[in-house]
Design a binder for this molecule. Sequence first.
Ligand code: HEC
Ligand code: HEC
Ligand code: HEC
Ligand code: HEC
Ligand code: HEC
Length: 391
Amino acid sequence: MNRPLRHLVGAVASVLLVAMIGMAEPGNAQSPQANVPPSLRNFDFGSVAYMPSVVCGACHGDIYDVWRESVHAKAYKDPLFQAGMREAIALSGEGITGICITCHAPATLMVTAKAENDLRIAEGIGCDFCHSVKGADLEQFGAFDIGPSNTAYGPLADAESPKHETVYSEFMGTAGYCATCHEYQSRAGAPILTTFTEYAQGPYEQQLVACQDCHMPLVMGTTVGEHIKRTGRTEFVGFHAIPGGRDLSQLRRALGLELVAVTPASGSVSVRVNIENRAAGHWLPTGMPSRQLVLEISTRWGDRVHSREVVFGRKVFNADDELLTSVARMILEGAKVSIDTRLRPGQSRNVVQVLPAPQDAQVTLVVRCFYRSTEDPDAPVEDIHRIERSL
Ligand code: HEC
Ligand code: HEC
Ligand code: HEC
Ligand code: HEC
Ligand code: HEC
């Protein structure tokens, strides 16, 4: 595969990072036409300017199968997002949805159809959107340099496709490409999404490790199906699941949790825990301020539970100093962000808590951490790490 320099460097970095954060699962090869509805087979690309992803899947089957399960593919249908949009509409009227769907269903920038009856919008962030982006003005919201065309922009310098034009894009391999949707200020100028800034201030940009190197490492799989593949092409593709904080196996490697010391005193116990951002290229947690990393330390005996919580995250307030917990209100009203307790890249922190632990009882100490969203605080959570010990 004739990838330009960054991709060769990136390939080496990816192998290391995959080993480190272990997020890559190869796509399973399938009959390439299996996913494609009969009406869409043998589609004439010249006749329609913007394609639903299933059409691309006819040839790019491995990539399609992995993308289909990704957070990006669910960005519009996601029930949390739909609830957020309803809240935004209730607060500010229908017009507001334009802001939300620019990032969650960006096909709306290129097609005018209504979401309910258009697959291209309902499918969230699809192939044709991402591969039509030529550039972007990062100073302005949603300012993609994009237009419907028969050209796919990508990382391969020598791609040849019978169905569409191909153009090598250096931009697509850069952090600036992801920043168009992963950096955002509220209407009142509060920094809501700052992943790109966090990354640019951290060590990875200087080491030439881009978002793509960690989130889209090269994995086993074919760029196109066997029926159309050129001989001599290597068997690696960029991992289109683009996993992040909703992927537990990756989180477990990225976040370190260690029980450092347990010191009993009369009727209580002092617990020292170390928590570390080992492998995230930005602060942890990143993304929406609604996402919080919670460290919970508890002692339990009989039916008694005593717990303390330490939250790693940010707080967003409106102009009246009211705490905002929903994404819709953060975007519409957020005026300032404060109390940022997140972990910088490579940073580790000691947390000490003293909890009751009667000497005459069978006490169990439980230390666990998990992600929680203020958007849906009662949703069940899954432990990233859990340490249990009898005292
Ligand atoms: C969120 C944006 C995004 C979406 C959605 C997306 N891609 Fe990609 N794709 C990329 C990026 C970025 C790269 C280059 C990765 C790199 O530079 O390491 C890429 C690489 C590719 C390549 C080159 C071969 C490879 O994988 O290295 C092909 C082909 C491709 N994508 C097809 C697709 C198809 C088909 C879909 C839909 C099923 C899709 N992409 C969805 C961003 C996206
Ligand atoms: C009829 C089969 C077919 C269909 C359908 C198809 N492609 Fe491709 N595509 C190819 C082939 C073949 C290549 C070249 C692969 C190579 O050179 O190894 C390619 C290459 C690409 C590349 C790499 C371009 C580069 O320069 O890095 C991207 C990105 C891509 N396709 C995106 C898409 C998208 C998006 C769609 C749907 C809108 C799509 N393709 C539909 C066959 C197809
Ligand atoms: C068109 C806008 C857009 C682009 C371009 C985009 N993203 Fe996203 N991304 C989103 C949205 C919206 C979500 C959240 C979806 C949700 O939560 O419903 C998301 C979610 C994610 C997640 C979270 C996944 C998880 O498991 O929690 C990661 C990681 C991610 N994106 C990385 C990237 C990277 C890396 C790139 C560049 C290659 C990129 N994104 C390009 C809009 C975009
Ligand atoms: C050094 C590797 C590395 C780099 C570079 C990197 N990330 Fe991440 N990213 C991770 C890991 C590991 C996680 C999972 C831990 C977490 O949730 O922070 C993650 C999580 C995320 C999430 C999910 C946050 C959530 O709330 O669940 C998003 C979104 C994201 N990254 C986007 C990006 C973007 C955009 C870039 C480039 C500007 C980037 N990442 C650069 C490793 C990296
Ligand atoms: C600049 C791009 C952008 C805009 C504009 C945007 N979002 Fe998002 N949204 C994202 C990204 C990126 C994530 C995922 C971040 C992460 O994984 O932490 C996300 C996540 C979410 C989530 C999930 C939060 C959670 O805690 O899991 C909700 C709900 C949401 N957005 C609703 C909305 C609503 C409602 C609007 C419009 C008022 C909107 N978004 C506008 C990019 C955007």
